[in-house]
Structure formats: C-alpha cells, structure tokens
Design a protein around this ligand. Structure first.
Ligand code: GLN
Ligand code: ZN
Length: 755
C-alpha cells in the first residue's frame, strides 16, 4: 500500500487568523496566552483537515510563530548571540524581537527562501554560536497532535541546509566549522522525538537542489552518520529542483526515505531509481506545491504506476514541496467564475488530490472516482475553453520575428536623436514613478472599487492628484516627470486587472514573511490587451507640462514572476504574450505623444533558476520578452527600465542586451560599488544609479548625494549619467519626499555648475 503525506501546510490560516493575532499581540492588544491559543487552534484545524482527507500522518513542525528557520534556531538553541537571549527560556516577545528588532537591536536579516517569495530570517553564525539549549515548543506541539489522536510525522530543517542558509558574522572560516557543535543538538532533538514515539522525521535539505560545491556536498555523509543511529526513521526531503546529480551520495546516506520534487524535475525519478537502496522509501512529489492548478490525476496516476510496481509500499505520495507556497482553501473563493474555479486547487484541495492518487494506486479506484472525473472535466475544459485559448494571441507569438525584438537602430544612433528631441541638461534628474500614496488616494481607490465613488468622481480625484504631483515636480525643477501612479494599487495587479487571461482571488493569501501575506494574481489564459491601459493617464499628465512625461509600465518578466503562472505552456511563452500586450501599450503611448516610456523589471533577477546551468536559457528568453515589449518604437522614443536591487555583475551582459536607452538601479545602499562593472564597454547605454535610499524616512543630505555622484562619475561618463532615487516613493510621506528631492536636484545642479 502506498502512503500519502505532505511536507507542510500553510500556517497563516484560511482567513489569515495567525497574521491578525500576531499583529494584535505586537500592538499589545492580545495576551501571549491568547496568541498561543490561536496557534493551537490553527494547528488542530490543519491536522484535522489532513486526517479527514485521509493522509497517513499529519505534519507536525511546520508551524512557526514567524518563520520556520527562526523556529529551528529556537529549538536547537542557535539564536544570534547579539540579542543576549536564553534560548531555553525564550519568550514569544523575545522571539518576535529577533524577527522584528526593537530600539536596542536591529532585526535579523531576511532573505528569499530559494526561488520562492517566502522570506526566512537569516541565521547569524559566529565562532561562539552554540546549540546547547532550546525551547520545547516542538515537543509540546507533538504532544498536542498525539493527544488529538493523530499519527504525527515531524518535520525539521536539516543541519547542512541550516548552516548553509546562515551568514557568517565573525570569527568563523567556514560555516561548516559549526557542524560538530550543531549535530549534538539535532541528536538531542531526534532522540527525544524517538522517545516520544515518533516513527518518522522529515528532514529538509533543499540545498541539495542547488549547485553545491565539494565541501558542502561532503558534509552530508558525516552529518547523517551521526544523526541516524539514535533517531526515528529519517525521510530526507529535497525540492525545487532535481537532485539526480547527487544520486550516489543520496543512496549512500543512512536515511530511511528520500523525497523528491517530480513537478520541477519529473525525470529524476528514473535516474534515482537505478541502484535504489533496498528498503528505502521514495516520496514522490507529484502534486504541485508551488502553483494553484488542479492536477490531471489520470496523467499523474499513469506516471506513478511504474513506480508503484517497482517500490510497492515503499512508494509515498506527496506534494512537490511544502504547501506553504499556495493559498489555503479554494472554498473561500466565492466570487470566482465557476469554470475558472474548477481548474484550481489550493492547499486543502491538494490534500484530496494526494489521497485520491493513493487510493487509486492501492486498488480503491472506485472510491475516488468522483475526484478523477472532476479532474478530467477540468482538464478537458482547460484544453478547449475560449477563456484560455485565444488564436489571435497564439498566432502573434508564433509569428514574432527576430526584428520584433530589436530597435530599428543601435543605441549610438538613437541617443543622438533623443538628445536632439529632449535637450536635457547633463545629469538629468527624474524619479522612478510613484509618489506618496496618501490615505486619501487609497480611500478613493477603495471607494471606487466598492462602487461608492462614481467613475467621474474617481477620475477627478486621481487627476487632481496627478496635477499636484506634476506641479510639485515642476517646482522642484525635476527634468523628466512622472504622473505618480496614484491609480495603481499594485504594479502587477493594476495591469493584470485590465488584461484578459489574468484572474484574481478574494482570499488567495500566501505568507511572504512573518505576518505579511501576498495575494498573487494567476495567469490562466492567453494574455490579451483589449484596450489601452495607461494612455489616458499619461496623456493627461503630459498635457499639464512641457517637460517630458515618462509613461510607466510593468515589464513582462515582473508580470509573470509575481503571479501564479500557467502550467500548460512554458513560462517563456506566457512572457511573450504579456510582452506583446505591453508592446501595444508602448506603441499607443508613443502615438499619444509620450516620448519616454519606462518598463519596470524589478523581478528580473528573481526569475533566475536555482542551478546556474539553467541561467543562460532563462536570461535569453527574459531579455527577448523585455525587448519585444520595448522595441516597437521609433529611435526618438526613449525606453527606460528600472530594477531595484544591486546585484548585477553576474548578469550584466544580459542587462546590457536589454538595450534600454536608460536604466535606473538601486545603488545608494551599496555606496555605488556595484557600478564598477558598468564601464563603457560592459554597459554602453545611459544609467541612473539611485542616489538615495527610499526605504527609510531619513532625508539624505545634498553632500551625501554629491559624494555618491562623484563616485558614479569615476565609472560612468558624464553624458550618460542620470540622477534619481533608488526606487519609487509610494511608501514615503510628502514632507520627507520634497525635502529629499530638493537636495537631490540641488546636488545635480551644483555638479553641472562645477564643470
Ligand atoms: N514604477 C514603480 C514605482 O515607482 C516601480 C516599483 C518597483 O520598482 N518595485 O513604484
Ligand atoms: Zn524599484
């Protein structure tokens, strides 16, 4: 008999109960005991769902008050020492201080969990990191599950991954130097779990999916030799990529099972099964834990049958990774179109899918026939639905020519025409697009959405805002203006709502970090732009000024990257469809007299695959998509792009290949150092390295910005250098925005005068 399990369930709750409880606790409106009750209720509810669905064990250890990496540190005792907390007696307040900081301590750093949009807290490794004592929360949760009559499978982040994900903060030559201290802590935990009657512990080592160097790779054998003897059976869990390149290592480890992601890397099952160790469990991750589509159950079953034949009861079924990355429950979606809804499965629905597959494999197909039928109907409808398939769009993508992704002439020729047209001074000043999103703006947008504010009143309110933003920019004497984006709630949602093929949920929240959740749109169909999306706003804004007004769009890669995407066609095809829709918008802006158009790609780098061998393919299609969106215009039209991070050196040739006339990037926090790579031969086009950090309310002084500009001038010739902040200003308040921009414009002017 095959078994069914999951690697983890979302902890936030279908109505984001954990978020609201955490935030109330932080505000001092909820007691610690009441917060703990909310957590216990959520765990109980989620375990019950898993049991009722028919999983063979429930997942314990996937709950965290803020983050699973921080919970692991609290369990093992490896908290950052600078806080001075005693891990054994850590209170929830102290736990949250680690995550969020307070007046005495800055918070732990946060970074993306592999290629997901979940952010974990980064462990801080020092020579005196110790793992002596930790909290008992995990054991309490286990006792809870057992008291509720569940068979529990525990989940833990593995020691190699934990060390890898941390940062050295001093006194250590290599992170692995901590392994000898760390392993006894794991031994202690595993022995205690064994004593508590736990049969299986899932130990996550997702770093196995990365390009691992020999040192990291060689840590596994000694680590698991130490861990396995006094422990429950270990299920080594990998996900997000193939681990087939580590087959020999994996086979040799003393673990009782291996979980692999057969959604991202379906072919690895075959190569891993050659020389499969006798008696070892294979947990096949066959339901997509990273996306929201209902599975084609018959198809998956067909792929599972040979595995079942080979492995018998050693075959387990699971989602590809933890369900943390998908929304909780589709049944809370009351306003989705019924047909579209039938194509989706959120975490709760995915439990049923896993169990349906298990029953079918175990000869109980009749019992789960309705699941298979519903799946087949949904798949059929997705194959033929005119909501998805738009022949016009498909034809256009097929007919794309090489020349569609090229400007008509090279940058050197374009820039001459653009300079003649715009007559900008040296060091032209501009901003990245958004201006403060005041409460009044947000209220007007919300009222309009609810239907409480009529179209005309809404239009008036937004135009008033644009008028104000243009006036302020003229007063500040900024050279290239923006309209301020008051009409946009979110840079992806705003466009998604106007494009065919994009869907939105009411409650499809996914944890991003701590109490922060995002509600990504989903792309279900061929992307088509029925009419212009921004032209009216930009045209109006341009009518208010004789200075150039930048049109403002979100680029194809970002539109893709910040959405759930189709699984029935390659990402690159979807990217090209979006690119074509944007291309039409770009051309319409040009026709309306907008001479500069910015296509933002803040998520360009995020799309990089986990394995560097896959980078060139991604970069090639991502650059092509950007260029398809940008290259429909005449030489005199200036294309800008914006990226708000500061790691470029490893992908600079592709950034250059995007061939935007102007790129604005974040640099102030890295003190312009990243510009070193941007010499004239590596990057010939114009550049606006951000001269101040918009993430803080602090008003930068003129001298600081001047110093940064001088640094930039060491690398970038004067005629190619723009002056702008690091990113959009929507999270800032007006007074600090005005003060900062005044100083910025002054810095540019003094520099001009000094030449
Ligand atoms: N134009 C957008 C803004 O200014 C860019 C946002 C971003 O880079 N994330 O808000
Ligand atoms: Zn930005």
């Amino acid at each position: 008999m095959a078994s069914a399990h999951i690697l983890g369930f979302p902890r936030i709750g279908a109505q984001r109960e954990l978020k609201f409880a955490q935030e109330a606790f932080w505000r001092g409106e909820l007691s610690e005991a009441a917060l703990r009750d909310v957590g216990a209720d959520l765990r109980a509810r989620h375990w019950k769902l898993q049991k009722q669905a028919g999983l063979d064990a429930v997942s314990v250890g996937d709950f965290a008050w803020y983050d699973q990496v921080l919970n692991t540190l609290a369990l093992l005792g490896g908290l950052p020492t600078r806080f001075g907390f005693d891990a054994k007696n850590l209170t929830l307040s102290e736990y949250f201080t680690l995550a969020r900081g307070n007046t005495q301590h800055f918070a732990m750093e946060m970074t993306k969990w592999f290629d997901t949009n979940y952010h974990y807290l980064v462990p801080e490794w020092t020579a005196d990191s110790s793992f002596d004592r930790g909290v008992d929360w995990l054991f309490d949760e286990l006792a809870e599950a057992q008291a509720q009559g569940h068979r529990a499978k525990l989940t833990l982040i593995g020691p190699v991954t934990l060390l890898y994900l941390g940062k050295i903060k001093g006194g250590l030559a290599h992170k692995l130097d901590l392994l000898p201290k760390l392993l006894p802590a794991y031994q202690r935990v595993l022995a205690r779990l064994q004593a508590a009657g736990v049969e299986w512990v899932q130990i996550d080592e997702p770093v196995l999916a990365l390009d691992l160097d020999a040192t990291w790779k060689s840590a596994f054998t000694p680590a698991y030799a130490v861990l396995s003897p006094q422990a429950p059976k270990l299920l080594l869990a990998t996900y997000f990529e193939s681990v087939a390149n580590h087959a020999d290592l994996l086979h040799s480890l003393p673990v009782a099972g291996l979980h692999v992601d057969l959604i991202r890397a379906p072919l690895q099952a075959q190569s891993l099964l050659a020389n499969w160790p006798a008696g070892r469990v294979l947990s096949a991750g066959v339901i997509d834990g990273r996306n929201i589509w209902r599975a084609d159950l018959s198809e998956v079953l067909k792929r599972l049958q040979p595995l079942k034949q080979e492995l018998g009861e050693l075959l387990w079924l699971a989602p590809s990774c933890s369900l943390l990355h998908v929304p909780v429950d589709l049944s809370s979606e009351t306003s989705l179109d019924e047909e579209v809804k039938s194509w989706l499965a959120f975490a709760t629905q995915k439990l049923d899918e896993i169990v349906a597959l298990k029953c079918a494999l175990n000869g109980q197909a009749a019992q789960v026939l309705p699941h298979f039928t519903a799946s087949q109907i949904a798949i059929h409808s997705r194959n033929v639905s005119s909501r998805i398939h738009n022949p016009l769009v498909k034809k256009r993508v097929e007919e794309l020519a090489e020349s569609d992704a090229q400007r008509r002439n090279i940058f050197g020729e374009r820039i001459v025409k653009q300079q003649a047209r715009f007559k900008l001074p040296l060091f032209p000043t501009t901003t990245i697009g958004s201006f403060p999103q005041t409460k009044a703006i947000r209220q007007a947008r919300a009222a309009h959405k609810r239907g409480d504010l009529g179209h005309l009143e809404y239009l008036d309110a937004m135009r008033e805002e644009i008028r104000l933003v243009v006036e302020k920019q003229e007063q500040l004497d900024i050279d290239v203006l923006v309209h301020g984006e008051p009409e946009r709630n979110d840079m992806v949602e705003y466009f998604g709502e106007q494009l065919w093929g994009y869907g939105f949920t009411l409650n499809g929240w996914v944890q991003s970090y701590g109490s922060r959740c995002v509600k990504p749109p989903f792309i279900y169909g061929d992307v088509y732009r029925p009419e212009a999306m921004t032209v009216g706003w930009s045209e109006f804004a341009q009518s208010l000024t004789s200075r150039p007004m930048k049109g403002m769009l979100t680029g194809p890669v970002t539109m893709l990257q910040w959405s759930f995407v189709r699984d029935d066609q390659p990402r690159e095809t979807t990217a090209l469809q979006i690119a074509l829709a944007l291309r039409d918008e770009v051309c319409d802006l040009e026709k309306a007299g907008i001479g500069m158009i910015q296509i933002d790609e803040p998520a360009f780098r995020e799309g990089l695959p986990l394995k560097s061998g896959d980078w060139p393919h991604y970069l090639d299609w991502a650059v092509r998509a950007f260029k398809v969106s940008a290259c429909g215009v005449a030489d005199e039209t200036q294309i800008h792009t914006h990226m708000c991070y500061s790691e470029f050196n490893d992908i600079l040739p592709w950034i250059a290949a995007m061939d935007a006339d102007v790129i604005t990037i974040e640099t102030s926090r890295s003190d312009m150092e990243l510009l070193d790579g941007f010499g004239e031969f590596a990057y010939p086009n114009e550049i606006g390295p951000g001269v101040y950090d918009i993430h803080s309310p602090r008003v930068p002084r003129m001298l600081e910005m001047q110093r940064l500009l001088q640094k930039a001038r060491e690398v970038i010739p004067d005629r190619r250098l723009w002056v702008n902040p690091d990113c959009g200003l929507k999270t800032r308040d007006w007074p600090e925005t005005i003060a900062a921009l005044e100083n910025m414009v002054q810095a540019a002017k003094l520099l001009r005068a000094s030449l």
